[in-house]
Unconditional design. Sequence first.
Length: 253
Amino acid sequence: MDPGEFCVVCGRTGRPLTDGVCADCDADRTVLLTAPERGEVVVCSGCGSRRVGGRWERAGSPLVPTEEDLTPFLNVHPEAGLRSVRWEERSATATVRELLAHATVRFRGVERTVDVPFSVRTVTQSCPDCSRRSGRYYTAVVQLRGPADGRSERPRELRARLDRLWSGVLGEARPDVRGAVSWREERPEGWDCYLVETVAARQLARIAKQRFGATLKESATLAGRKDGHDVYRVTVCVRFPAGPGPSRPRDAA
Ligand SMILES: [Zn+2]
Ligand SMILES: [Zn+2]
């Protein structure tokens, strides 16, 4: 390093420079850590497991969000490393906690502490296992099926294909709509997905129609009476079009 070179920001000499700026000054003017305004953690109130993407994991976790839930929401500058985070709770309601992340971040050899506000909403649901155990509460069923004309697609392959399509549908849905899906069961002709919100079932079916070309058929069955009203369960049969590529010959082993 040329001993005469100085940081263009602070003027100090004798320090490694990047684009004329020393590491201290660079760290001061770089956004090292951010968080979205609000995040959501979906917790099973029965067993404490978390819904991450399409699956449930970490059964036995506390019902309130922990570091393990919170830290993944933080976005660290690609050239920085997150050394430690301490979460301070500033206020909390039954479902929303306002937090402050006190983070230590390392960047170009210097450490900085950064405070980032973050608010997390806890959504409680019943995971598929707990739903089954607790008597299978649901209000709607979305049936995932192949084309009605019965192309020769083996049940196993059909279910794998429907599974991918359903993941695509869920990926396009809002988190609260996704969250209404409780559990699903395998059928020879596809999958039956059980939901705790009828509105969510219809929205998912609509996404399947609009984005994936599925056809829909809705029916209702009387499930009983509650508070003097008939209670219906809605079933939406979602038929996806035939998959791409050649179908297997019917007589292939
Ligand atoms: Zn400097
Ligand atoms: Zn559970």
